[in-house]
Design a protein around this ligand. Structure first.
Ligand code: SAM
Length: 295
């Protein structure tokens, strides 16, 4: 992993400013519009996505379309979902020469990935393999990850720009795990591609970012009969993350702490541990001890 300095490549800033001026656009903060102006980071996103000529890529929030164009050069189909209607009309003009780019106007969270891939065909059955690339608006990071990782057709790979602390939390190891980390690692293997300081964007946000790669697993990390029940169990464990597991589970499940402690010990888990220290296998043991009996 490399720390990328924004001043290493600054030619994107004039390009971004020129596009904004040409189309009389002002960045909308409420839509998280911080445009990437660091060319080295752009290259790192592209190389992390490992684009192949036959690939289908869903890009979330194409913005001014600079990354979109680069993706279109490398793969067979880019489906770019943008919420801002001003950007949608600008993108349709700017990318008109790219027949392999579809600009979809809408909220990415309101359309199932398989529907995006089906496009106008109306067929939304089993979707072909696809990847997701996004410089995400920070306020939709967790919902977007959930939307794609829990979809009936999951992507094979996601390369996403996220807030630095959120990216580090997702890539954490047992001892520093959060509900978000367990929820993501259940479906994917995270790795940090590059740290991106705030001045890698225009306008600069108040926070630093990082590019996160998620290699989506063919099978979830631990075998469970009911994925939703497993994730519900994990969220019960994290309801009071500062408390010992016996107390947080007792509270969340409405079972006396002594009883919870006895079941945890039987499952081979020390009842005084905190949720953040449990590995995926240990969460499965918790699920077996409690989750299944709650049905
Ligand atoms: N990809 C561009 C770049 O890297 O410069 C823009 C990234 S900007 C951080 C986020 C983009 O996501 C904006 O263009 C914004 O309008 C769009 N956006 C915000 N919420 C969205 C949503 N729910 N669905 C689709 N696009 C969204």
């Amino acid at each position: 992993m490399v720390v990328v300095r924004a001043d290493m490549n600054s030619e994107m800033l004039p390009q971004v400013r020129a596009l904004l001026q040409q189309f009389s656009l002002r960045p909308r903060k409420r839509l998280g519009q911080h445009f990437l102006v660091d060319g080295d980071v752009l290259e790192r996103i592209l190389s992390a996505a490992e684009p192949e000529p036959e690939d289908i890529i869903i890009e979330i929030g194409p913005g001014l379309g600079i990354l979109t164009r680069r993706l279109a050069e490398a793969v067979s189909r880019v489906i770019a979902v943008e919420l801002d209607s001003r950007l949608v009309s600008m993108l349709r003009k700017e990318l008109a020469a790219w027949p392999n780019v579809e600009i979809v106007h809408g909220d990415v969270l309101k359309t199932a990935p398989q529907q995006l891939i089906a496009g106008g065909s109306g067929f939304s059955g089993c979707a072909p393999s696809y990847k997701v690339v996004a410089n995400l608006p920070y306020y939709i990071t967790s919902p977007v990850l959930r939307h794609f990782l829990r979809a009936s057709s999951r992507p094979s790979l996601m390369v996403v720009m996220v807030q630095k602390e959120v990216g580090e939390a997702i890539a954490a190891v047992p001892g520093k795990l959060s509900i978000l980390a367990v929820g993501v690692q259940f479906y994917a293997r995270p790795s940090i591609v590059a740290h991106v300081p705030a001045d890698g964007f225009y306008p600069a946000p108040k926070i630093d970012s990082l590019v996160l790669r998620l290699d989506v697993r063919h099978k979830v990390a631990v075998e469970v009969e009911d994925e939703d029940a497993f994730l519900d169990m994990v969220s019960c464990g994290f309801k009071s993350p500062r408390k010992q597991l016996r107390n947080s589970l007792s509270r969340a499940l409405g079972i006396p702490a002594v009883q919870v402690a006895a079941s945890l010990e039987k499952a081979g888990i020390e009842a005084r541990r905190r949720a953040e220290t449990l590995s995926m296998e240990e969460w499965r043991a918790v699920y077996w001890a409690f989750g299944r009996s709650r049905e």
